[in-house]
Design a protein around this ligand. Sequence first.
Ligand code: PMT
Length: 327
Amino acid sequence: MDATNNSEDIYETPYAEIDSFFDSAPPLRDGTNISSKLKDFIEMHSSSSVSGSGGVNRVVCVTSGGTTVPLERRCVRYIDNFSSGYRGAASTEYFLKAGYSVIFLYRRGTCQPFCRSLPDDPLLECFEFTDESNIQVHQSHFEAVKRALTGHDAAVAGGFLLKLPFTTIFEYLQILQLIAISMRSLGPSAMFYLAAAASDFYVPWKSMTEHKIQSRSGPLDMRLVQVPKMLSLLRKEWSPMAFCVSFKLETDKEILLEKADMALRKYKMHAVVANELLTRKEEVVVVTSTGNITVHRDKTQPDADVECPLIHLLVERHSAYIKDSDF
Ligand code: PMT
């Protein structure tokens, strides 16, 4: 990136910090393969060959799960960010249902689309030996397994779902950048739904110790550097026409809406989904420049998700945005 051509300050995140983050990141393993998968996926949806409807398909990038910050290059210890990945996995299913194609950027080992109703250890709990040559699904898990297999197969085989895993904050932001740049050509039909819990502080790769930190040296004294917010860059440079939804998580209800509103204005988001840790599965507040909308889970249905009405609302807002951009 050329720091000299543009103003030093893009929505208050200096280029130098962003450059320094990417410069200090270890090279992305599998970067060529990821770029090639993205190219094929976007090409398919740019020409609408999947739906055959003509025009450009709607594509959403859903980010999900928490990023880690390694403390050693040969990593034994790391700092983690909380997120089970449920929000991202559930939302992906509702976006697919609404006709979107989804790039699911997820933390390895977190909740996956169509697998939310499976038990913790699906392989061991869902299946049983009936005889030496047969394995069967337990009757009690049959519907959940069927739903997982059919839903997932239809989405992946149909070309509607591309899954890309990350673990560290370095991988997350490097892949997010690749995705955003490749989605630029979709214009306003692209959406970002940033539910991942991204680390706020990291140890720059250059100053990171190679080997496991030794405990005999006494208390650990380590300086973490702030991860620059990439939302500004995403909006301004990577994918400027895309509809962008970010999340704000707080444990203190008193400051939640104020912080969400600040993020909306500072990063020029189209919506910020504000959620409180303890009630995040029951209700969220969608903060927009025209007002706040509280979205509840349908409590009359035991299995209802808050993501169902949330995605419905965001799809409506995205439709209006596409219409407004169509001049
Ligand atoms: O996965 P679940 O258990 O279902 O929980 C879902 C959730 C609570 C994790 C989710 O709903 C949520 O709120 N995710 C965002 C939590 C968060 O980390 O918020 P934040 O205040 O740190 O970040 C706000 C936004 O800035 C996020 O959209 C993030 O993608 C973005 N960000 C954060 C840090 C950073 N350096 N750069 C960023 O762009």
